[in-house]
Design a protein around this ligand. Structure first.
Ligand SMILES: Nc1nc2c(c(=O)[nH]1)N[C@H]1C(S)=C(S)[C@@H](COP(=O)(O)OP(=O)(O)OC[C@H]3O[C@@H](n4cnc5c(=O)[nH]c(N)nc54)[C@H](O)[C@@H]3O)O[C@H]1N2
Ligand SMILES: Nc1nc2c(c(=O)[nH]1)N[C@H]1C(S)=C(S)[C@@H](COP(=O)(O)OP(=O)(O)OC[C@H]3O[C@@H](n4cnc5c(=O)[nH]c(N)nc54)[C@H](O)[C@@H]3O)O[C@H]1N2
Ligand SMILES: [Mo]
Length: 660
């Protein structure tokens, strides 16, 4: 459960069922945070709103005058409401007319999104209500640790549970079977299990024939990955692979669910497709009571990727290079379709280009802390420092606001109205619960003020969330994520609306795929994928695989949770989980301070000896900044389709801290 999600009307929320996670319990402390940003800052000094906004607008004009429209860039966030994500995308294309916009969701769910589009013709995290899981009898959870990252979700796991994770997580503790592949070898594992399914006669032949295409090509590759060969690559025994095949095939209702452990790889899209291929071979997607789904992450992980803050996208999950989509959206916006820019750079490529000769010279950040959360963070920090203009809108100071020329203090989620879209495609309306401090403004107000200064009419950037939503609904009409039948009135009435909702009378679509998939011929696609392994395999110099992820007590880049005493007591500092033998070989024991080093940098982390760790793997949480930032190590190798970085595996070595 996300920080925001945990507090959205906990009692009426079906994925939550009244449960709150640890962060939720202490969020009172968060909401009355003494370090709340309350005044605009210009080069660190408090100034009036007009001074700050005039400065920003003047600099934007100067930069775009010298370097062209693409001289300015925007970095958004999956925590923004649908209304803000939409307004940000429109602001980029209409007020700035830049192609350079992307957001942190590129780091989050873009591989599953790309894989879902390939296989099913649509990307909705879960094409069924999450409560459907309650009736399953077998669930395979791959690269997900919801016991720590979404505690309320665990209530829906009543079925037998199989977990695929290199670490013995709190989630794996609950499983009847836990497979521990080396980080970055999932794809081979999925091929091995598919091999077992087919050779043991468990494949659903009728379903494959009637509802899918492409099995033969996918099988040709999987045929070469018999379980014993897969065992040598992954470390998962052939016996366990066959057991998974059998357990899934024998179950009446089974689900395969993936999350960041599957996705955050240079071959993340192929890896997700490999698990979807397995689901298709077993006939799960679209079968009542069964399916494939992806667990989302941030407060608005799903909605954040539907309304146009992604480099290649227009609202309604439309493609920015599709002439029909451009004409429709330009019509709603009252602009010439030819004035809309084309696709821009993906998140890491955008950050990497900042301040370079052909890259953007100015950046506006809304809802992200890339100094801590981007891969190869030291380098990203240098790029941010090379900018002529860095503007950050936030409600708390963080490592990125610290570098900003201008910091704009905005309202936080509990102080605003807006909508979010849940992992099951359900649009949720949120009422403001608190009054904001006097001087802060909402993100929508900031965008309007800037747009006016840049020459747009005020009415093109409404500040009332309901007005923005109504426009978003129109812009999405006829798109994949069609919200055109949704209104605040229907949401306030408590209707459970899952997109697409193409008209006011339409009841929404809780379950996709029951009759057909979203490809024009109605069939799902097996995607032929092969195992490649990590972009940076371990070697003599850097012999260990480092993986990164989350802990219960901290949220994301930690900007908020690192300020809460109880959470800091629970997990006060960065650490590295390591097998005791591996630690010993590096001259370390439990509690020592270690230096973890990759080709990109080094970090300081407290050693936690964990006997269940694979001896070839270490784990670091990414919630800490500076010398403790796991992202000083990570490899920005990108997936060719989703452009997602390989956060989940890079080559490192261990030594005692302070040793040369
Ligand atoms: N407490 C807390 N909750 C959160 C967040 C938070 O920061 N803190 N963040 C929210 C967000 S934005 C997101 S995206 C979600 C993420 O939720 P999850 O995806 O559940 O979280 P992660 O810890 O990133 O990764 C899950 C697991 O992947 C495993 N893993 C690493 N490498 C591999 C691999 O190669 N293969 C496989 N199969 N597994 C691997 C890791 O060991 C880890 O246990 O959590 C959300 N909830
Ligand atoms: N090594 C490693 N790195 C990772 C990951 C990993 O697993 N391993 N996971 C990746 C993933 S999945 C994600 S999602 C990213 C997350 O990392 P970030 O993109 O850095 O996300 P947050 O830490 O949530 O930062 C959000 C910032 O936006 C502010 N904010 C929140 N809501 C709003 C709003 O409505 N308006 C404005 N203006 N500001 C707001 C918050 O106060 C906070 O300062 O990290 C990625 N980085
Ligand atoms: Mo995420």
């Amino acid at each position: 459960m996300t920080l925001e999600g945990a507090l959205v009307t906990p009692r009426e929320f079906p994925t939550n069922r009244g449960g709150l996670c640890q962060k939720g319990w202490t969020s009172g402390a968060l909401l009355s945070n003494p370090v709340r940003l309350t005044k605009p800052l210009l080069h660190g000094k408090p100034v009036s709103w007009d001074t700050a906004l005039d400065f920003v607008a003047e600099r934007i004009e100067r930069i775009q005058g010298e370097h062209g429209r693409d001289g300015m860039a925007i970095f958004g966030g999956g925590g923004l409401t649908n209304e803000k994500a939409y307004a940000l995308g429109k602001f980029a294309r209409v007020a700035l007319r830049t192609s350079q916009i992307d957001y942190n969701g590129r780091f989050c769910m873009s591989s599953a999104a790309a894989a879902g589009n390939k296989a099913f013709g649509v990307d909705r995290g879960m094409p069924f209500p999450v409560t459907d899981l309650d009736d399953a009898d077998m669930i395979l959870l791959v690269g997900a640790n919801p016991a720590e990252t979404m505690p309320p979700f665990m209530q829906h796991i009543k079925a037998g549970l199989i977990v695929v994770d290199p670490r013995r997580t709190a989630t794996a503790e609950r499983a009847m079977l836990h497979l521990k592949p080396a980080p970055g070898t999932d794809l081979a594992l999925a091929l091995g299990i598919l091999h077992a399914v087919f050779s043991e006669g468990y494949a659903e032949q009728d379903y494959i024939e009637q509802r899918t295409h492409g099995f033969a090509d996918a099988w040709r590759i999987a045929a070469a990955w018999w379980p014993e060969r897969v065992e040598r690559v992954t470390g998962v025994s052939a016996t366990d692979q066959r057991a998974v095949a059998r357990m899934l095939a024998k179950a009446k209702n089974a689900y395969i669910l993936t999350a960041r452990g599957t996705e955050q790889h240079a071959s993340g899209t192929d890896t997700v497709n490999a698990w979807i291929n397995l689901a298709l071979a077993l006939g799960l997607p679209g079968k009542p009571g069964s399916g494939y789904g992806c667990l989302t992450g941030q407060g608005n992980g799903q909605g954040g990727r539907e309304h146009g803050q992604k480099a290649d996208q227009l609202p309604g999950y439309r493609k920015i290079d599709d002439p029909e989509a451009r004409a429709h959206v330009a019509g709603v916006w009252g602009v010439d379709p030819d004035s809309l820019p084309g696709p821009g750079r993906s998140a890491y490529e955008l950050l990497d280009a900042l301040g370079r000769p052909h890259g953007p010279k100015g950046l506006l950040v809304f809802g992200s802390n890339p100094v801590v959360s981007a891969p190869r963070a030291t380098h990203v920090t240098e790029r941010l420092k090379a900018l002529d203009l860095l503007v950050v809108a936030d409600f708390v100071p963080n490592e990125t606001t610290a570098l900003a020329d201008v910091v704009l203090p905005v309202t936080q989620w509990a102080e605003e109205e807006g909508t979010l879209t849940s992992l099951e495609g359900r649009v949720l309306h949120r009422r403001p619960a608190l009054r904001p401090p006097q001087e802060v403004r909402s993100d929508l107000e900031v965008l309007q003020e800037l747009a006016i200064r840049l020459g747009s009419p005020a009415k093109a950037f409404p500040t009332i969330p309901e007005e923005v939503f109504d426009e978003l609904a129109k812009a999405s009409e006829g798109g994949i994520a069609d919200y055109s039948g949704i209104t605040y009135a229907r949401l306030r009435d408590g209707e459970a609306l899952h997109w697409p909702v193409p008209s006011r009378e339409h009841p929404g679509t809780p379950r996709l795929f029951e009759d057909e998939f979203a490809h024009p011929d109605g069939k799902a696609r097996f995607i032929p994928v092969d195992h490649k392994g990590p972009a940076e395999p371990p070697d003599d110099e850097f012999p260990l695989r480092a993986t990164t992820g989350r802990v219960l007590a901290h949220y994301q880049s930690g900007a908020q949770t690192r300020r809460i005493d109880d959470l800091m007591k629970a997990v006060p500092e960065s650490y590295v989980e390591v097998h005791p033998d591996t630690a010993e070989r590096a001259g370390l024991t439990n509690g020592d301070m270690a230096k973890v080093e990759s080709r990109r940098g080094e970090v300081q982390a407290r050693v936690r000896c964990v006997p269940s760790m694979r001896p070839d793997t270490v784990f670091l949480p990414f919630h800490f900044p500076g010398e403790n930032s796991a992202n000083r190590l990570t490899n920005p190798a990108l997936d060719p389709t989703s452009r997602m970085p390989e956060f989940k595996v890079c080559a490192v070595r261990l030594a005692p801290w302070g040793e040369a």
